[in-house]
Design a protein around this ligand. Sequence first.
Ligand code: S3P
Length: 423
Amino acid sequence: MKTLNGKPSAGLHGTLVVPGDKSISHRGIMLGAISEGTTHLSHFLTSADCLSTLAAFQQLGVQIERDDQEVTIHGVGLHGLQASAQPLDMGNSGTTTRLISGLLAGRSFTSTLIGDASLSKRPMKRVSVPLGEMGAQIATTDGHLPMTITGSQLHSVTYQLQVASAQVKSALILAALQADQPSTFVEQLPTRDHTERMLTQFGGDITTATDGVTITVQPQPHLTGQTMTVPGDMSSAAFFMVAASLVPNSKITLKDVGLNKTRTGLLDILQRMGGKVTIDAEPTDGEPIGDLTIETADLHPITIGAAEIPAVIDELPLVALLAAKADGVSRITGAEELRVKETDRIAAIVQEFKKLGINIEELPDGFVIDGRTPWHVTDTQLGAHDDHRIGWCLVLLAYWWTNHLNWPVPTVSAFPTLNFSTT
Ligand code: S3P
């Protein structure tokens, strides 16, 4: 990624290519591994989470080469994964853990999954229980990692998802590939559909009904390796979209960003708040992509409910930041899933925003923010809560604060210092 430079008075300017999409990078490794033939991924996201997925599949006997953002996976086919002598280390990655559970549940060997302290606190029954209905044998540690998966013959199921989670849905889809008959899953709300799209691209047979929430998966497909370029991650683009919207006199362009409708909630929200966004979509066969141009705007308050949350789930800390700069009261509800991310993101946002005197009220499933109240700093040590999305949100907040008001510079602890400095 290039550096975004700009004098506060001159605004933020530039054209950026954001890193590859996290969700698609994970799935590219997984589907490549269980396909026959070679898969090439370009613009792969080289974040720790995606590297956890890559390493786990190497441990499962898949040959994978990586040269920076170029990855080559020598697929072993659906039945070619091999037991790992060592536990599979999921690191900090919930996506790796949930999705790989669905795959390993149907294999003929036993696997143990471990993770870091944060991941070990996150709920795993959301996958072990529905996978259990398909015949999986998964022993969690009181609903958490470490988790032992004893491979079993899986059977088909019709299952109504209990949480709006693409990770859970994807675990079930990957398990259903190994079942005896077609399986049907019904989502509470549509969530990101990368698994469905990519499985189709790799040769699987998966359909989503016109209701948008009923998914039927045919088992035992013959999957074939693919060559694909990972689109820019909307969740990374989001930080720059928000920075350009808030910093006066800004105009930036973000190239080749993934514009899958199940991910573009922030674009809709920003536009509804009065944000200035130009979308230049590019024609593609696969995931939609396009260039986004964002300019500074005066923002208005917004109300967001449960139906909108899945498409903006990872960007909600940034929505809070936009709301803190809007000229009225914003209300975000139906977002209780934020409480089980890398940290409790509702509690973290409320705690950290209050240090700057932002008028924010915590709800069980969201928050209410009055952007009209003048900020008043009470503590300049902001905590990232070991969560990159909280950390980056606070870096933007600190940047805005430092450059626009005469208060001490807030620092975001446990997070690298970011230099948004002038040129
Ligand atoms: C992801 C789904 C989301 C999201 C996460 C990545 C995925 O989690 O928060 O960053 O790749 O499927 P949930 O589906 O559990 O909300």
